[in-house]
Ligand binder design. Structure first.
Ligand code: AMP
Length: 421
């Protein structure tokens, strides 16, 4: 059909999918609240610098995927590609920073990345996430994983696996980075151009590589966990012990690094068996103790996760269909419009879902619409009813019709509906 279509990589959330997404958010927020998390909402656009500094200028997200624009005042702004940097900024810019630590926060909303669109991959998508700021106890890493894990269970998502790793910290990561460089050095010539660039700018990112040549080299590549310093190693062990206390199974995955630069120590993703390739991750997260300082604030450890709602909903069992209006109130002649509106309002106040049709279309056309929409009852107001101050109520399944005074209409509807069930 000619006309202006929606931008590539975006989607209209039609009623059923929107209901599923809202349901997932409601369940997630309620669950997070059980653990002490409170919801916040940050702006959809932020200073470009927040993401360049916070996400890192060696990442795909910042290099190639940001929606950046200058506003009329010449400021460089960016549609948020993720929620963590904004949450940390909001923490420092508000009274949250005076609260006793750690502060537990949750958020949900649209994110924007100029990604290659595909199944479960959009340019505008939605995330639900939680962050814990102000404490670096490894048990908190397990807590955010537990929130995510229980959330998926409550939504009925099956077939997931928790992938877990530790990528060390500023003390031990340089040694690992060097080991990676040494390992890949002799193979540079046979590697994809993009991977060579990755290795040069941010060697850990090579572990994310989807290029075949590099992927086959990855099996024998040095593993992060063989390079952890004592502190990182004991922190990781505490994460594992806490996960056992939560009763959550995990798969150690020494190749798992996060695409975003600010992570340290614990990183995790939840994968789903039905999501293949680059889109197999349902959610990802980890510890980002260095982020706050990168943004120009005092040091403040943090840990959190973000889940892609489109992907989660794709894998959740369908929700029960929302109940549709069963009662239509129809004007059989234009003069009845006012009574039709008043009657429909009266019924809605009584808790019924009602569609009003006071307009000028023919009665036949209106009746056809009600039938096609699956109405059970039609309340009609025509010339005769108007004159007598009544409403004619017709049950569509068998054509039974009764007259009712306006003030008795609710009980008339109730009795007709009982019989029709
Ligand atoms: P990230 O912020 O990259 O760690 O992503 C966290 C989660 O957001 C992923 O596991 C996906 O479920 C989801 N996600 C990331 N990018 C997209 C996208 N372009 N379209 C849909 N979901 C996405």
């Amino acid at each position: 059909m000619p006309g202006i279509s929606r931008p590539r990589g975006t989607d209209d959330l039609l009623p059923e999918r929107l209901a599923a997404i809202e349901h997932a958010v409601t369940v997630g927020m309620a669950l997070a609240a059980e653990y002490g998390y409170r919801r916040l909402e940050t702006p959809i656009f932020e200073s470009t610098d927040l993401f360049v500094r916070g996400v890192g200028d060696t990442t795909d997200v910042v290099n190639r995927e940001m929606y950046t624009f200058a506003d009329r005042g010449g400021r460089s702004l960016t549609l948020r590609p993720e929620g963590t940097a904004s949450t940390v900024r909001a923490f420092w810019e508000s009274e949250l920073r005076q609260e006793s630590l750690p502060v537990r926060l949750s958020y949900a909303g649209p994110m924007f990345r100029y990604d290659r669109p595909g199944r479960g991959r959009y340019r505008q998508f939605h995330q639900f996430g939680v962050e814990v700021l102000g404490e670096d106890e490894p048990e908190l890493d397990a807590e955010v994983i537990a929130v995510a894990w229980r959330w998926l269970r409550q939504l009925g998502v099956r077939g997931t696996s928790l992938q877990l790793n530790s990528i060390g910290d500023a003390e031990c990561r340089p040694r690992y980075r060097q080991a990676l460089l040494d390992y890949f050095e002799p193979h540079l010539a046979q590697m994809d151009q993009l991977d060579q660039e990755r290795l040069r700018r941010n060697p850990l990112r090579i572990l994310d590589s989807k290029e075949l040549d590099s992927a086959s080299l990855l099996d024998a590549a040095p593993k992060t966990t063989d390079f952890l310093c004592d502190d990182c190693r004991s922190a990781f062990e505490r994460v594992l012990t806490a996960l056992e206390a939560y009763g959550i199974e995990y798969q150690l995955n020494p190749l798992l690094v996060r695409g975003l630069d600010y992570y340290a120590r614990t990183t995790f993703e939840v994968w789903h068996e039905d999501l293949k390739g680059a889109q197999n991750s349902l959610f990802g997260g980890g510890r980002y103790d260095g982020l706050s300082q990168l943004l120009g604030y005092p040091a403040c450890p943090g840990v959190g996760f973000a889940a892609g709602l489109e992907r989660v909903v794709l894998l959740s069992p369908p929700l029960q269909a929302q109940p549709k209006p069963k009662v239509w109130v129809i004007a059989a002649q234009p003069m009845a419009a006012k009574v039709v509106i008043e009657t429909a309002e009266l019924l809605r106040r009584g808790g019924r879902r009602v569609v009003a049709d006071p307009g000028r279309r023919s009665l036949k056309a209106k009746m056809r619409s009600a039938e096609r929409a699956g109405a059970d009852l039609v309340a009609l107001v025509g010339e005769d009813e108007l004159a007598r101050g009544i409403v004619a109520v017709r049950r569509l399944c068998d054509g039974t019709q009764v007259e009712s005074a306006l003030d008795g209409i609710e009980s008339t509807l109730a009795s007709l509906l009982t019989v029709s069930q």
